[in-house]
Every structure is written in structure tokens, then in C-alpha cells.
Design a protein around this ligand. Structure first.
Ligand code: ZN
Ligand code: ZN
Ligand code: FE
Length: 747
């Protein structure tokens, strides 16, 4: 029978089930084209967990298909695994793209974040001959909204907020043409059939529509007005960043004292004119995530002082939708682009809600009629030694998935209280929600609940087990207790280090240096300057910063002068505490004597506050981390020798440092540098005493780039392997990942 095989080679068929980022990235068109080229029959379709490809043809061609596919995929796509199954009995005569399989079982397809405008789409909206000339909502399979418009999986137009728009014949043709860049681009739209802009007053009166609306917005911003502009994840408040009066007015109306505002620039050239930009920073600015990147401001940059008072950095971002490109080209100068909310409240997404809530802040609204499925703030990050330091993962960087091998589905981590983020296990990954915010505000607690339901709902899962912080006062801990599933309590700093271990694939034991502002310790005191020997399951508190008293409850976390007072009293120093009247001091000292409303803390963050107060940098903070940021800024980049420090048992004693600092008579900038250098030496000393090869750095203090870079350098010099975060924020946003890692290890 050999002659038959030569003439009519035996046909093989196969079904490939692919997992990873295969939806919403132009995956199916690539499969379609490759199958056509190779003359294979069959179909491709999305399913709830990824995509399925049924193939029939010569074995060699199928092998070729499998070998070539990965190299053909667009940058945003990523196949994590391929499962080989037997093909269905009947396959079509050609190759087709089929509608999605009905969802059943856990839906775990990698959900894509929103992608900034690609070069092809940008070229089209700037080309007067193109049918999408000046169209603010152009997108294609390589770019455009994703997570912000997805209401359900699988990722098909009907499951996005674009279902409200019916494609015109021209768009429909692109959508159906496998050679077109918009083949199965779910949010495909054009001026004829897609979303459009309107320019209105807070009372809802529409003043202009479409291109006239965009031009009117530019005109108003140029004139110093405050505009609320609807973007991808919610409304921004925009104002001319060069106009001090306008920026001041925005601060007053938004009730935001000094917290720096992020800026949106027309493009990279204008960012360079105002800031120093390294190669790595440029790469992030131009990435499809398009985050806010913290950059060093240039001397004499044409920006209002009110943008980021007292700080040498600017949070800068580039336009990431066609609308932002068009608006910023019209303007030609940077604008403040801050979340459309009152300070600490969640960002506004809905048009009516935005007019109601922002009516007292914004003079005008630039809105559009494409709904936002879930609110997302802009992402914020910095670059340290070429490596990314994430501070907030929102638009463009959410959802964030991290492999957690063997994890059962449906485990939920509640996160922390500040900078809360929740996480869910699905398909062997920990999927983290966008940044939610501080749960001290009712709006944020509602958003937190919504984020849990959203993650679980999207993946078709019910919470089966939970992990939460030990702090009984955290809103997240309290809510998790009400789910009616077993809750694993995870110590805050163990969670920080476990997140770092999970991100770097470490099982431990490691020495974890967990430095942050606050977290409940197992002894009932407030920890935050911890050296923990950790496995994912357990930890032992090996060393800590010498504890000191904080007087006056919550206020002590907002007033660096109270941290300074605690430090001075702990040392028995005669140095006068800065920033208090004599009467205030008498009251606080009385409280300390009576041990009334006094907590003891080993917090590194509060030690930063104390130093900032003693150096006269900051006595009361308008926002979290302000004192530490000012101290880092004051230290600059100049080298500085460490101060002395010592050990008291297992506690690292900072008292010799504070004493030297107070008696040194050095300029504050030098003292600030020496303070950082001392803390780096403290880390080195603790690591040497413990002698473990792997050292993990986590906690909000490691957003301080001088401290982070110093720790890397010093610990590596001593021969340690140093691990820190790249994907997960070192601050409390990373807690949820660590909670899952610990809970899973214990199970
Ligand atoms: Zn595009
Ligand atoms: Zn159209
Ligand atoms: Fe923390």
C-alpha cells in the first residue's frame, strides 16, 4: 500500500488547546493566515480559558504550523501552554474562524490590559486622506482598550462595552478580512459607527460634539479652565501645567494640598525638554502600558511650581489613546492629568456620576459614549538602576497575572488596608486586580468589594478560601471574614516577603528585609523594620529596628514630629523635639507617662519620618510618604558616609545615628545622605549576622530609590543574592500576592 501513501499522504488531525494571552491580541488572524499558507483545514475559536485550534492536513504541515506559530504572534500575545487533544470528527473543507465556545467551567483566559495606540493607528488619525482622520477612538488588534471595556469572557465584542455600537459596512469588512489589521479587532470603530466626543457643562448642556468638542476642550485648557476628560479608566482633571494660578485652583477645588500631580505631555520631545530621561525610562514611557514614570525634573523646566511642590521629580506620561494624542497635539504643552475625584475617593467613570461628583471641580467636561466597565487609575512606576519599580498598577498594567504552580482555583487574597489590591487564583495564576486605594474611605471599600466580585465573576469562580492580614481593623480583613470560607491570617511583613519570594520563584529560607510604615506584628506591636527568616509557610523574626513609642494614635502616622518625639524620648535625649508648642509637648509627655494612646513600633517608615522632622524637612504630612520622599530628595545622589549604629540584643539600635546626626552640625542634605547610608549598613549588618545567601527586599520603604540602590550594592558586595520586586509593587499593593503564596504553602 506504499504507493497510495505517496500519492495521497495520510491526513492527520489534531486539536490544540492553547492557554496564555491569546485573546484580544490578533491571535486568531495569525492562526488563520498561517493555516491558509500551509493549506491546513480546520478552525480556531476562543474558549473560556484561551483558544482552541483544530487542524487537519499533512503531519509535516501541522508540525510546521506548531513550529512557526510562536514567531508570528504579535508582541502582546503569549502562549503559556499547549494541550494536545484528538480532533473533532468533522472539520470544514477550508480554515475558518469560529465564534467562541459557550463558557463553561472556570474562565481563565489571560485578560489583556489596555494597550496604548500603535504607530499604525497614530499614522491614520493624522492622515487627512484616511477615513479615521482625527478619530479619537481608532484602534486595531495591536492596540486599544481591553480590560477597561471587558464585561465578561471570552473576549468578544458582545462581551465588551462596545456591544452598544453596531459596526458600519466598512468596519465590518475590515473585521472580517483576515488580511486586515482590524480582523476581529473587537473594539473596531470609525467616525461613522463608533463612539464620539461631546463637550459639556456640569449641568449636562452639550456645547459641542465630535471634532469641535475636542477643539473646544483644547481652547478651554489653553485659557486656564479646568476640564474633566474621560479617558480609558475614568475621568482625568486637566489643567495647563505651566499656569500656576490654574494648578492652584485645581488644588483648592480638589482639596489636595501638596501631593504631586502627574503630567500628560504631547510627546517624548516635550518630556525631554522638562525632564531627564534615561534609555530604560524612555522605553517605559513609549511602552504600550504607557504608565506615569517618575522622572528627574530639569532645572528651569517650564512648569508651574505648584505641580509638585518641594520635589525634584515629575510623574510624566505620554498620550495613550488617539483622543489624548489629538488633544495634546492641539495644545503643544504639558497638562496636569490627575484622577477625576476628590482626594482619596475613587476615580469617576460614569458620565452622569462624573458631572455630579466633579461639577464643583471641573469647569467643563469632555466625555464620550463608550462605557467604562471598571475604574482604573493610571499606573505609576519609576526606574532604579535600569530596573522597574512599580508603585501603582492600574491602566495598562492590569490585570497582572503571576504564575503560582499548582494553585487550586478560587482562592482570594483580601490585601491590606492602604493601597489595597485583591488577588484571585485561576488557572494556576494569581490574578491581581487594578489598584483600588486606601480603604479608609467608604467609596474605596465599595470598589474593593466590586473588585473581588469582578475578578471572581470574570473567571466564573466563587471564592473557596481566603487569605487576609492579621490586623482585625483592616476593612479587607473584616470583609473576608464575612465570605463564609476559611480565612488564613497572614502576618503583614511575612506577606511582603512571600510576595517577593513568589515573584522570584524562591521557596526559602531567605532573609526578608520588610521595611514599611506599619503592619501588625504577632506580638501586638506595630512592626515595620523587620528582618524575617522566611519560607513561604512560616517565618521567624530574626532582627528588627529598635522600637520607639508613637504617641497619639493615628495622628502619629501623619505627623513626623511625633515620630521624632518618640525617638528622642526613647533615647532619653535632651534635644528639644521640633515643631511643638510647650503646651502640646506637656500633653504628649503626659500621655507617654500614663501609657495612654501610645503604641510601640519598629517601623522603618516612622524612623524616616523622625529623621525628616529632626532635619526640619517635614513636621506634618499632607499625604502618605511625603516626609520620606522629601528626605530622599534632600539627600540627592551625593555619596555620604554612614553614621554609627549598634545592636541591643536582636534589635538594631539607631540611637547612635540620631545622636551623631543631632550633634554633627552638618548641612541637612549631608545628614539626609548619611541617614540613608546608615540604613544601608544596618541591612548589611543584619544580613551578615543571619548568614543566609538569599536576601529579599520588600515593603513601601523600597520605593525609595536611594535606599533600594544602596541595599542592592551593599548586599551584593557582601556576596548575598539580592531579590526585589519588578512586577509587583513593593508597597502594600503587593500584599495580596504574598497572602496567596503563604496560604497556598500552608494548605
Ligand atoms: Zn493600532
Ligand atoms: Zn465604522
Ligand atoms: Fe506594608
Amino acid at each position: 500500500m506504499a504507493y497510495i501513501a505517496r500519492d495521497m499522504p495520510e491526513e492527520k488531525s489534531i486539536l490544540l488547546r492553547m492557554r496564555g494571552r491569546v485573546q484580544g491580541v490578533g491571535f486568531r488572524p495569525v492562526v488563520f493566515r498561517l493555516a491558509h499558507e500551509l493549506g491546513l483545514r480546520g478552525w480556531v475559536r476562543n474558549d473560556a480559558a484561551g483558544a482552541e485550534v483544530a487542524l487537519a492536513g499533512r503531519g509535516g504541515d501541522i508540525a510546521k504550523f506548531r513550529a512557526e506559530l510562536p514567531g508570528r504572534l504579535p508582541a502582546a500575545a503569549d502562549i503559556q501552554s499547549v494541550e494536545e487533544l484528538s480532533a473533532p470528527a468533522e472539520l470544514p473543507a477550508g480554515f475558518e474562524i469560529r465564534t467562541s465556545a459557550a463558557p463553561d467551567g472556570a474562565r481563565v483566559a489571560g485578560i489583556l490590559p489596555d494597550l496604548a495606540t500603535c504607530p499604525d493607528c497614530l499614522r491614520e488619525i493624522l492622515d487627512p486622506k484616511d477615513r479615521r482622520y482625527r478619530y479619537p477612538f481608532a484602534n486595531c488588534t495591536h492596540c486599544g482598550p481591553r480590560f477597561s471595556i471587558i464585561e465578561a469572557l471570552p473576549y468578544d465584542r458582545g462581551n465588551t462595552t462596545m456591544h452598544a455600537f453596531r459596526m458600519c459596512p466598512a468596519c465590518e469588512e475590515e473585521y472580517r478580512d483576515p488580511r486586515n489589521r482590524r480582523f476581529h479587532a473587537q473594539p473596531n470603530a470609525c467616525p461613522v459607527c463608533g463612539p464620539s466626543l461631546s463637550w459639556m457643562r456640569a449641568d449636562g448642556t452639550v456645547l459641542e460634539v465630535r471634532d469641535e468638542a475636542l477643539r473646544a476642550a483644547a481652547e478651554a485648557i489653553r485659557g486656564g479652565w479646568i476640564a474633566a476628560v474621560k479617558g480609558i479608566g475614568g475621568f482625568h482633571l486637566m489643567v495647563d501645567a505651566r499656569d500656576g494660578g490654574a494648578v492652584r485652583r485645581l488644588r483648592e477645588r480638589k482639596k489636595r494640598d501638596e501631593k504631586p500631580f502627574a503630567l500628560l505631555f504631547p510627546g517624548l520631545d516635550s518630556i525631554r525638554a522638562a525632564c531627564e530621561v534615561s534609555a530604560a525610562e524612555q522605553e517605559w514611557l513609549e511602552s504600550q502600558a504607557a504608565p506615569i514614570v517618575l522622572l528627574k525634573k530639569r532645572e528651569g523646566a517650564a512648569l508651574a511650581r505648584e505641580v509638585a511642590p518641594g520635589l525634584p521629580w515629575i510623574g510624566a506620561m505620554a498620550p495613550y489613546t488617539p483622543m489624548h494624542h489629538l488633544l495634546m497635539r492641539e495644545l503643544g504643552f504639558p497638562v496636569v492629568a490627575t484622577s477625576g475625584n476628590l482626594t482619596d475617593e475613587p476615580i469617576c467613570t460614569d458620565n452622569d456620576e462624573a458631572r455630579a461628583r466633579l461639577g464643583g471641580i471641573a469647569d467643563f467636561f469632555l466625555a464620550h459614549d463608550r462605557s467604562i466597565a471598571r475604574p482604573m487609575d493610571d499606573s505609576v512606576m519609576a526606574v532604579c538602576g535600569g530596573e522597574p519599580v512599580m508603585m501603582r498598577r492600574g491602566r495598562g498594567l492590569s490585570p497582572c497575572s503571576m504564575p503560582m504552580a499548582g494553585a487550586p482555583d478560587g482562592w482570594v487574597a483580601a490585601g491590606a488596608q492602604m493601597k489595597s489590591v485583591v488577588a484571585l487564583t485561576a488557572g494556576g495564576n494569581a490574578v491581581m486586580s487594578p489598584h483600588i486605594g486606601d480603604l479608609d474611605h467608604e467609596g474605596a471599600v465599595r470598589l474593593w468589594e466590586r473588585a473581588v466580585n469582578d475578578l471572581a465573576g470574570l473567571h466564573g469562580l466563587e471564592p473557596r478560601a481566603a487569605a487576609a492580614d492579621l490586623h482585625p481593623g483592616y476593612a479587607s480583613t473584616q470583609a473576608a471574614a464575612e465570605w463564609g470560607v476559611p480565612v488564613a491570617g497572614v502576618q503583614h511583613h511575612h506577606a511582603h516577603i512571600a510576595a517577593c519570594m513568589a515573584e522570584n520563584g524562591l521557596e526559602g529560607p531567605v532573609l526578608g528585609i520588610a521595611w514599611d510604615g506599619t503592619g501588625l506584628g504577632t506580638d501586638g506591636t506595630i512592626w515595620g523594620g523587620e528582618f524575617l527568616v522566611c519560607t513561604r509557610r512560616d517565618f521567624r523574626r530574626a532582627a528588627w529596628l529598635r522600637p520607639f513609642p508613637l504617641i497619639g494614635g493615628d495622628a502619629s502616622a501623619r505627623e513626623p514630629r511625633r515620630a521624632a518625639l518618640g525617638v528622642l524620648r526613647e533615647m532619653g535625649s535632651g534635644h528639644p523635639p521640633p515643631g511643638f508648642s510647650r503646651a502640646e509637648l506637656a500633653v504628649l509627655d503626659g500621655m507617654l507617662r500614663e501609657d495612654f494612646n501610645v503604641v510601640r513600633t519598629s517601623s522603618a517608615g516612622r524612623l524616616f519620618d523622625a529623621a525628616a522632622s529632626l532635619l526640619g524637612v517635614c513636621q506634618k504630612m499632607s499625604h502618605e510618604g511625603q516626609a520620606a520622599m522629601r528626605l530622599e530628595a534632600l539627600a540627592g545622589e551625593a555619596e555620604a558616609p554612614a553614621y554609627p549604629f549598634g545592636w541591643r540584643g536582636a534589635a538594631l539600635d539607631w540611637a547612635p545615628m540620631i545622636e551623631a546626626m543631632l550633634s554633627g552640625g552638618e548641612p541637612p542634605a549631608v545628614a539626609a545622605g548619611r541617614f540613608h547610608a546608615t540604613l544601608v549598613e544596618v541591612m548589611g549588618a543584619a544580613a551578615k549576622r543571619e548568614g543566609l545567601r538569599d536576601v529579599c527586599l520588600s515593603g513601601g520603604c523600597f520605593q525609595n530609590r536611594r535606599l533600594l540602590a544602596g541595599a542592592w550594592r551593599r548586599l551584593r558586595e557582601e556576596g548575598f543574592r539580592v531579590w526585589s520586586h519588578r512586577e509587583i509593587p513593593p508597597n502594600d499593593a503587593g500584599i495580596c500576592a504574598g497572602q496567596l503564596a503563604v496560604a497556598l504553602a500552608r494548605a
